[in-house]
Design a protein around this ligand. Structure first.
Ligand SMILES: Cc1cc2nc3c(=O)[nH]c(=O)nc-3n(C[C@H](O)[C@H](O)[C@H](O)COP(=O)(O)O)c2cc1C
Length: 323
């Protein structure tokens, strides 16, 4: 395939594996890159910047294809040393970074000086335009469907993508709710030059998470995710398990505060779920795209299949409709 995204990133398919806390390790990123997409390590999964440096080196032993690093700035109880992570990325010679979660401004100049291509992921047209103005090279638009943080505007991709494409001049990735060839074709039709996927990559053979989580994603459907943290304007789409429902119940109480759910949302419990396969051990991130995920292929099988089916959709179904 050829779009401005494949050209800019030096990859075969315009398909990016978005940053995924706890999941975005060398096994995941290298498998996606080896399959012709762009794999991303997730910086904050590593406890320290030094650990990130080691993980980047480990990933290099697993692929000779381009891969990048996601750096997410989120409101966290304990702030992480973001600039030190950024420096570790630069010093390691990484050439592609996905920023997300907040305004990337403090990091744009150092990253650009180091010759890094910046993909900024955001959830609104105005933030996309701001990032473009700051010098980001690709904007990844994360619609309401996305797993993780969809923002507070609730704009689904059918509206968000064409609205953003009409105003951005840099290439755009479509993110959120994509897990099949249909999604890839639709994203391109809506003005994107590539796609970003999270949940779909969790249900692959190489994803470094427990088999139970992968099976739960396959068994899940379009109603198996839910939103929490709306009350504190940090909305998060996660798998709808008993912990998620408990959080929602507490949040619905008029007098509840973040302190009442703090223990239940502790991020470290996601890790326990992914490691042990105990699906009720805490919250864990997955999106409604579960409704179109029916198997656990290798990353290569997944990407080859998506692209060949997309070709068929364009060549047959769509061209027939316009005959
Ligand atoms: C398990 C998981 C963890 C995630 N963690 C992060 C993260 O740390 N930083 C980030 O920018 N996005 C994160 N995301 C969001 C993804 O990068 C991507 O934007 C999103 O999954 C797209 O929606 P989809 O799951 O419907 O494909 C995460 C998603 C998942 C599924």
């Amino acid at each position: 395939m050829k779009t401005r995204v494949t050209e800019l990133l030096g990859i075969r398919y315009p398909i990016v594996q978005g940053g995924m806390m706890w999941v975005g390790r060398a096994e995941m990123a290298s498998a996606v890159s080896n399959a012709g997409g762009l794999g991303l390590l997730t910086a904050l999964t590593q406890p320290t910047p030094e650990d990130l440096t080691k993980e980047i080196a480990r990933c290099r032993t697993m692929t000779d294809k381009p891969f990048g690093v996601n750096l997410t700035f989120t409101p966290r109880p304990k702030a992480r040393p973001y600039m030190e992570y950024a420096q570790a990325i630069i010093d390691s010679g990484i050439k592609i970074v996905e920023t997300a979660g907040n305004n990337p401004e403090p990091y744009v100049i150092p990253f650009k000086k180091a010759g890094i291509t910046i993909i900024h992921k955001c959830t609104s047209v105005r933030h996309g335009l701001k990032a473009e103005k700051l010098g980001c090279d690709i904007i990844s638009m994360d619609g309401f469907e996305c797993a993780g943080h969809p923002g507070e505007d609730d704009t689904p991709n059918f509206v968000l993508l064409p609205a953003a494409a009409a105003q951005l001049t840099v290439p755009m990735l479509a993110s959120g709710g994509i897990g099949s060839a249909e999604g890839l074709v639709a994203a391109l039709a809506l003005g994107a030059e590539g796609i970003n996927m999270g949940t779909r990559f969790m249900a692959t053979r190489e994803a470094p998470i427990h088999e139970n989580v992968k099976q739960a994603i396959v068994a899940g459907d379009e109603r198996s995710s839910t939103h929490i943290l709306r009350k504190v304007r940090n909305t998060s789409r996660i798998y709808k398990n008993s912990v998620a429902l408990k959080i929602r119940e507490i949040e619905a109480r008029p007098d509840s505060t973040f302190d009442d759910i703090y223990e239940l949302v502790a991020g470290v419990k996601n890790h326990v779920v992914y490691q042990t396969g105990d699906l009720e051990a805490g919250t864990w991130t997955a999106g409604g795209v579960m409704g179109v995920i029916h198997d656990i292929p290798t990353c290569k099988e997944l990407l080859d299949r998506m692209v060949s089916e997309a070709r068929e959709i364009v060549g047959k179904r769509l061209s027939n409709a316009f005959a």
